[in-house]
Ligand binder design. Structure first.
Ligand code: HH2
Length: 273
């Protein structure tokens, strides 16, 4: 299989397809499989390189859902997207059983916000399937992660965590060229923590694997701009431009077109003689 960086040349865009009643930005909007599939196809038409399907919200304070419920939500959507578009689908889950069934249904990437920590079987499922995996940093669990998060040095702490998880994944037989890392913007972080991670993203990129950044519509953007959720796509574009300049390989967004267009223009400027 092609290394991730060659398969998805930077800057790549991952479009979010949330099949949940409670996601922080679009919860309930695409719970019906047909609506979720239509939304995914729209994001593909807008230039998404990957469609990230999730059936369990990880927003601060959210409760976990049973694997059967998650599967019931995501499988029809993955099957529909795989049938109707060539854009690869990733499965946003922390559960090995969900990842396994999703891969069998055609998902091509596993996006695990616990970096293989939640489910002891997850690493084996990813290694056996030979699919790429995204390892994300989160402090604590969604239920409590925003209750006074603290670090000695957020960039150093997150980097050390990601390095350890990359080693863990390799030790479990996952191809190093199929691993990407993610600082986990908003997952157990204050506004200042998020800004420090973005400002020093080059240090995360220096770890080695390609870096995914998911800042889309997150609450720190609301704090900085005063905008409600639906007004944060311009702020999201600004974050993504800054992230890509500092070495992000892929950015995860709810609205694909604004970020895609901004990245296209920025790349054209950089390529000008
Ligand atoms: N953020 C969310 C979910 N999954 N995966 C990665 N790799 N990086 C992220 O930053 C990330 C992620 C949260 O956003 P969303 O999916 O819109 O919300 P919810 O978890 O409430 O469904």
């Amino acid at each position: 299989m092609l290394p991730l960086r060659e398969r998805f040349p930077a800057p790549a865009v991952m479009g979010v397809v949330n099949v949940t009643p409670d996601s922080f930005s679009d919860g309930g909007a695409f719970l019906d499989p047909a609506a979720a599939i239509a939304h995914g196809l729209e994001l593909a038409a807008e230039g998404a390189d990957v469609l990230d399907v999730g059936g369990e919200s990880t927003r601060p304070g959210s409760d976990p859902v049973a694997p059967e419920v998650e599967l019931e939500r995501v499988l029809p959507v993955i099957e529909g997207l795989v049938r109707e578009t060539d854009v690869p689908v990733s499965i946003d889950t922390v559960k090995a059983e969900v990842a396994d069934r999703a891969i069998r249904a055609g998902a091509a990437i596993v996006n695990d916000v616990t970096a293989l920590r939640h489910d002891p079987e997850m690493a084996a499922v990813v290694a056996a399937a030979g699919v790429p995996v995204c390892l994300m940093h989160m402090l604590g669990e969604p239920k409590t992660m925003q209750d006074d998060p603290r670090y000695d040095d957020v960039v150093a702490d997150v980097s050390a965590f990601l390095e350890e998880r990359v080693d863990f994944a390799r030790d479990r037989g996952i191809d190093p060229e199929q691993i990407c890392i993610d600082p986990g913007i908003g997952f157990g972080k204050t506004v200042d923590h998020n800004l420090a991670l973005l400002r020093h993203l080059d240090r995360i990129a220096a770890i080695g694997p390609p870096v995914l950044v998911g800042a889309s519509r997150k609450s720190f953007l609301g704090v900085l701009t005063g905008e409600p959720l639906e007004g944060r796509d311009v702020a999201t574009v600004a974050v993504n431009l800054a992230a890509v300049r500092r070495g992000a390989w892929m950015v995860r967004v709810h609205a694909v077109r604004p970020t895609r267009d901004a990245l296209t223009v920025a790349a054209a400027i950089e390529a000008a003689p």
